[in-house]
Ligand binder design. Structure first.
Ligand code: NAP
Ligand code: ZN
Ligand code: ZN
Length: 368
């Protein structure tokens, strides 16, 4: 079967034939899925460029099948899944040892030994066929087939918002006087797919949302933000003007995955009892705070929280949100997939895995 493979830590990516033992796989309770599409994400590109340090092929192999975003069609069903149903595989799998993993929450794995498809110790989803345990498969309704690939990155964000709202239960009242979040202000840093999805979720929960980048937006990016009423701020010259006009923020999320030093500019923008959520993986630089900022942080009960990886309940929640956004914000959802490349166009597949082009939101590889 054909698959997209990497040989970490070496940079590069290839489309190759890989061997799998189909007879063995079909006898151990696994469902056979024909992959229809893969989404390309920043993590795939970091792996292809050789910059992801934690990437690891399965035990005993020097090659890893890439990809953690996929939708497929059940070809040989059973175990509650029928032939012809659309499914999405979950990328993070438990360590099989700690209690969080044993109850289906490997996002809080305590041994650090959990496997992640396409990243750590487990082959990914960029291939013609998958064999998987139904436990790790999420049903996808046909009505959202065109945007369903977004359910994987969105699941991580669903988990993040759940973690933030749970954490904020520490504050006796963190809602407005009508019980909503309508008076709460959120700032999302980064206008990539995750920054946009984060902003959409926060609008769904009722927050006022600003999204920032250190450049002006392209037309397609502006159009995506219009319907949900997300306000853009150009942070090229810092955040002083934003704070002067809007005040401080109850919630700030960094999705830039760029410089760690961004965080020290964000901490002083936090409102009393506010939350700074770290979602992106910075690739360089440091983050330090002076003693006055730290004192201010302590006195005002602020919090910094790491946000990682959604599980099955979050995938299911993501599916519901995508379905509702198709009605609420049809122009936005119709612009999220910026390119579909056929697997037969090898050259373009490889170049899209190497480089993100301006204005690109989500690129899909389609297996014909
Ligand atoms: P992306 O497409 O690279 O988006 C990053 C965005 O940040 C881009 O719009 C980029 O602008 C912008 N940016 C860069 N430097 C900035 C700065 N100084 N100020 C403001 N904006 C800045 O990546 P993505 O797919 O959205 O992912 C974002 C990060 O989240 C990555 O680090 C990824 O690995 C991480 N991630 C985390 C999880 C999790 O569970 N925690 C899950 C998925 C992804 P340009 O468009 O101009 O480049
Ligand atoms: Zn990803
Ligand atoms: Zn575990």
């Amino acid at each position: 079967m054909r698959a997209i493979v990497v040989k970490p830590p070496k940079p590069g990516v290839e489309i190759n034939d890989v061997k799998i033992d189909e007879d063995k796989l079909s006898t151990i309770g696994l469902v056979k899925i024909k992959v229809l599409e893969n989404g390309i994400c920043g993590t795939d590109r970091e792996i292809v460029s050789g910059k992801r340090t934690s990437v690891k092929p399965p035990a005993g192999k020097d090659e890893l099948i890439l990809g953690h975003e996929a939708i497929g069609i059940v070809e040989v069903g059973g175990y509650g899944l029928k032939e012809g149903e659309l499914v999405m595989p979950i990328n993070k799998r438990g360590c099989g040892k700690c209690l969080n993993c044993l109850v289906g929450r490997p996002d809080f794995c305590e041994t650090g030994e959990g496997l992640v498809a396409g990243t750590k110790g487990l082959d990914g989803f960029m291939r013609e066929y998958l064999y998987d345990d139904p436990k790790y498969l999420v049903k996808i309704p046909l009505a959202i087939k065109d945007i369903a690939i977004l359910a994987q990155p969105l699941a991580d964000i669903e988990k993040s918002v759940e973690a933030i709202l749970t954490t904020q239960k520490r504050v006796p009242i963190w809602t407005c006087d009508d019980g909503t979040f309508n008076c709460k202000k959120a700032l999302v840093v980064g206008t990539g797919p995750t920054g946009i999805l984060f902003s959409l979720i926060l609008r769904t929960y009722g927050f006022q949302v600003w999204i920032a980048n250190r450049r002006e937006l392209l037309d397609n990016e502006k159009e995506i933000l219009e319907e949900p009423g997300i306000i853009f701020y150009n942070s090229e010259n810092g955040y002083d003007n934003l704070v002067k006009s809007e005040g401080k923020f109850d919630l700030i999320i960094d999705t830039s995955g760029a410089s760690a030093s961004i965080m020290q500019h964000l901490v002083p923008l936090l409102q009393i009892n506010g939350v700074l959520g770290l979602f992106g993986f910075p690739r360089y630089d440091n983050f330090s705070l002076d003693y006055k900022t730290v004192q201010d942080f302590v006195i005002n009960n602020r919090i910094i929280i790491g946000l990682d990886n959604g599980q099955k309940t979050h995938f299911q929640q993501a599916v519901i949100h995508l379905a509702s956004w198709k009605s609420l914000w049809p122009n936005t959802t119709s612009k999220m997939i910026t390119k579909v490349i056929s697997i037969s166009n090898e050259r373009e597949v490889i170049s899209s895995l190497r480089e993100k082009l301006p204005g690109e939101i989500k690129v899909i590889i389609r297996w014909e």
